[in-house]
Write a protein that binds this ligand. Structure first.
Ligand SMILES: [Zn+2]
Ligand SMILES: [Zn+2]
Length: 880
């Protein structure tokens, strides 16, 4: 069975059994600051398991894109060296949210494995948690597997927990015995052996407890099921391959790498490591970029960079000296595009980002490798085996070698890196990146929200239909604690049954306004939406005191909200125009929509020309003038995507979604507040376009009143300029051009005048020439700012006197300069260099130069006159 059929069979089997097929979520987990990447099928359902979120279904099935790299479980260094380690992989899973439990989970799994995909029961084993008699009993009763084939395992292997607190429970695994030939052959070889004979293929998690902070378990009211089965492993087993890399998921990619490198797989172990690592990494790179991650120096971007550079270096080991990985990514798109159409849509980005990063790294790779070679040679002579931290850091900082890449390169030679030393060097670098990654501080407050939702508290958002409403206060939070009452001056969070206040989400800022009750008034400074069903008003008590349970009027500032909605719809128009003018590869990479501006980040790989920018702005304003209808509909995610709505990587979408369309021009999944018709926006002005990261550009723009203000300001500037220039606004540019030309001409004339002035100086100096023993000597102190001026003047004087010696001096800023020059005809008799050596000490300096011109500088201006006048004595002396 091919991998494509396995995916399909799995989804169809569970659909047949009442499960809803849920598309894979992004590799970037939404709203979970604790997790770098989606690493299991249950991640997108975490909120559902915790009771914080509701879905229309209680049974789900999915094929989930997963990443394991970076963070605690860092498998990266093993990838390529083994048959089964991957960074990117796909996980098949079925889920029950308080619906069926152990019995059905076990029955479904067994039926799927033995009937649907035809494994022979006599090759199968199962494990259960040591205390889970219930599961062991069900296995025997419902599947007919013999008791001897059920192995009881401890907490380490067969007990799963979502975290330190929360849902947890025992697991049960299905294991396949691949036969003696494949195993290690040891007499002790059995289930649990680390060889390849007994392979775990499917893990069933029975969530039945809730763990509290003290570690105490209590039964969950609605036990749930979470299962996971790795597609790569399953495909390999079903296709009779002993390595995941030989399954049809990898074979075409590996063939392609063979083609590009001219090296064959399965000939030389070192080449195999490189080929497997490249095959794995190209998949990871393809999917990470698709989900909006770009190579960078922190967080997810740094994981991508490490993977990409590791692959690049393995390419070099295969003898490839130019960017090639982007081509392999092209092959990945070809192989997996049918199952994940989003990688086809992101093709341009994938190719450009990958090739760019490869090219940059190749520039430094060679030099970095040389440095490492040298270091290893030196260390070997000293009989040492540890690369010092500062060397590893230099490789990291200057040559772009991630630490694990350095470790990877040197490990075959038996070397390690002084990681502690590296970390010390890194500390300062990290400092500036700190704060970019959300820490655990946020998690505690988040827990309160989770508890509230679990206890049935939620907010109904009515802002789509009404501007102002009255409602009941459900909860007050002060300093992270739930309180009953708050009084004047307190900063609190207020949760009401319903609200017209929009909670910050989808890039739109939260509403501000006031909440008024009997005898009190609150000023709402911001509104947040920490969980899908919870809206929190961040407020200050302006007057009186407020208590839980009271009835209030919720009044958002409608002017601010109107201004925000103009900017929000304008952002959608801008997005559509960008895709229209620049191409379909443009993808929103983040946006901020507020009452005064739009900040819109998107993927694009070159600068935007003035002409393009003009076209984009023009198109947006045209759509505004067409006064198109703006509609927001609620429909299923599937239908929305089928209708061509743009969905974004970092948003988590439920079963039903909101889709905002601008008649015939734009369709996006968006739950924000919009204007009714595009004409309401009035006007849009693009203020700036800049680059924020490799492949990401930012446009800032304004709409409505803010745009009008921008236009008025521009007009004022031009008006002022025209007044100053005494020209009509239309003639301003020409007038400025004229002025610039005039300025240039004037500058030239001034230079000429200066030169003339100098020769004038020279003439007056010449009047004071002395003749010493028949030789003309010019000795003169001038005002000169730079030694260069002295040189020019000396040249001039030399030319005027024909034959003789020139000594010039000057003082500026506590320093003295002195220069001696002689004419050519005297070169046999005098040497400027020797002369200057005799003059210089009197100004406290040293000097030198050529035989015909030399100079000195010193910091004793007081001695300048004496120094210069020594020339007469020198000439006298030489003449004798
Ligand atoms: Zn074994
Ligand atoms: Zn939107």
């Amino acid at each position: 069975m091919k991998a494509n059929e396995i995916r399909k069979t799995f989804l169809e089997y569970f659909k047949k059994n009442g499960h809803t097929i849920v598309p894979s979520s992004s590799l970037v987990p939404k709203g979970d600051p604790t997790l770098l990447f989606t690493n299991a099928g249950m991640v997108q359902f975490k909120g559902v398991f915790l009771g914080e979120e509701k879905r229309d279904y209680k049974r789900a099935v999915s094929v989930q894109k997963c990443m394991r790299a970076g963070g605690k479980h860092n498998d990266l260094e093993n990838v390529g060296r083994t048959a089964r380690h991957h960074t990117f992989f796909e996980m098949l899973g079925n889920f029950s949210f308080g619906d069926y439990f152990k019995e059905e989970a076990i029955t479904f799994a067994w039926e799927f494995i033995t009937k649907e995909i035809g494994f022979d029961p006599k090759d199968l084993w199962v494990t259960v948690f040591q205390e889970d008699n219930e599961a062991a009993g069900i296995w025997v009763e419902n599947t007919g597997i013999s008791k001897e084939r059920i192995v009881r395992m401890g907490e380490k292997d067969n007990f799963w927990a979502m975290g330190d607190v929360g849902p947890c429970g025992p697991c049960s695994e299905i294991i396949i015995d691949q036969g003696k030939d494949i195993g290690c052959g040891r007499s002790t070889c059995a289930v649990g052996c680390d060889c390849d004979r007994f392979l775990e293929i499917w893990n069933l998690v029975f969530m039945q407890h809730n763990k509290n902070l003290k570690g105490k378990l209590s039964p969950l009211p609605k036990p749930s099921i979470d299962t996971g089965m790795g597609l790569e492993r399953l495909a390999a087993i079903m296709q009779g391959k002993q390595s995941n890399y030989e399954s049809d998921l990898f074979a075409p990619i590996i063939n392609f790498i063979e083609e590009v490198s001219g090296k064959s797989y399965d000939e030389l172990e070192t080449n195999d490591i490189s080929i497997k690592a490249i095959a794995d990494h190209s998949r990871a790179v393809t999917f990470l970029i698709t989900d909006g991650i770009l190579p960078g120096n922190e967080g997810r971007g740094y994981v991508l960079r490490r993977i990409l550079r590791r692959a690049s270096r393995y390419g070099k080991l295969l003898g490839i000296n130019e960017p090639f990985l982007y081509k392999v990514c092209g092959k990945v798109i070809e192989c997996l595009g049918a199952a994940y159409p989003e990688i086809i849509a992101a093709r341009d980005s994938i190719i450009k980002v990958t090739e760019g990063e490869e090219s940059r790294f190749l520039e430094t790779l060679e030099r970095g490798l040389n440095i490492l070679d040298e270091e290893i040679k030196t260390l070997k002579q000293k009989n040492k085996r540890v690369i010092p931290g500062n060397v590893a850091f230099k490789l990291y900082d200057t040559y772009g070698f991630p630490l694990d890449l350095t470790s990877d390169i040197i490990r075959t030679q038996g070397f390690t890196v002084d990681e502690e030393g590296f970390n010390t060097e890194m500390e300062e670098q990290r400092f500036k990146a700190r704060g970019a990654w959300k820490g655990s501080g946020e998690i505690k407050t988040h827990e309160i929200y989770g508890k509230l939702v679990n206890s049935g508290i939620k907010t109904n958002f009515v802002g789509y239909y009404t501007d102002v409403t009255s409602s009941k206060i459900l909860c007050l939070i002060k300093d992270g604690n739930i309180v009953d009452k708050a009084s004047q001056g307190d900063n609190i969070e207020v949760i009401t049954e319903q609200t017209p206040f929009y909670g910050e989400s989808g890039g739109q800022v939260g509403d501000i306004g006031s909440i008024i009750g009997k005898g009190f008034e609150l000023t709402v400074v911001d509104t947040k939406k920490p969980l899908p069903d919870l809206i929190v008003h961040h407020s200050t008590v302006k007057e009186g005191s407020v208590s839980t349970g009271g009835t209030v009027e919720l009044i958002p500032d409608l002017n601010v909200r109107k201004a925000t909605s103009r900017h929000h719809t304008a952002a959608h128009l801008l997005h559509a125009a960008l895709r229209n003018i620049l191409g379909e590869h443009v993808r929103q990479a983040g946006s901020l929509v507020g009452p005064t501006r739009i900040r819109f980040d998107f993927s694009h790989f070159s600068a935007i020309s003035e002409k393009e920018l003009y076209k984009i702005e023009h198109m947006v304003n045209e759509k505004i003038m067409e006064n198109l209808e703006v509609n927001t509909d609620t429909l299923s995610y599937k239908d929305a995507v089928a209708k061509g709505a743009l969905a974004f990587f970092d948003e988590k979408y439920g079963d039903t979604v909101k889709m905002t369309s601008v008649e015939g021009f734009s369709r996006e999944l968006c739950g924000g507040i919009h204007v009714k018709r595009t004409g309401d926006i009035g006007l849009v002005r693009i203020l700036s376009d800049s680059s924020v990261a490799a492949g990401v550009r930012r446009i800032e723009a304004v709409a409505g009143t803010a745009a009008l203000k921008a236009v008025e300001e521009e007009r004022d500037v031009i008006k002022e300029a025209s007044l100053i220039l005494k020209a009509s606004p239309r003639d301003v540019p020409e007038k400025i051009n004229k002025l610039i030309l005039q300025h240039k001409t004037l500058e030239k004339e001034m230079e000429n005048l200066k030169a003339k002035l100098k020769s004038g100086d020279a003439l007056s100096i010449l009047e004071q020439v002395k003749t010493v023993k028949g030789i003309k000597v010019v000795c003169y102190e001038v005002e000169a700012e730079r030694p260069d001026d002295l040189r020019q003047l000396a040249d001039l004087l030399r030319a005027k006197i024909n034959s003789g010696i020139v000594v010039l001096g000057s003082k500026t800023n506590g320093k003295a300069f002195i220069l001696a020059a002689i004419t050519k005809d005297l070169s046999g008799r005098f040497n400027a260099g020797s002369i200057i050596k005799e003059l210089a000490p009197a100004i406290g300096g040293k000097g030198g130069g050529k035989p015909d011109m030399a100079q000195a500088g010193g910091d004793n201006p007081a001695g300048l006159k004496a120094a210069m006048e020594k020339i007469y004595a020198i000439v006298e002396k030489t003449q004798n």
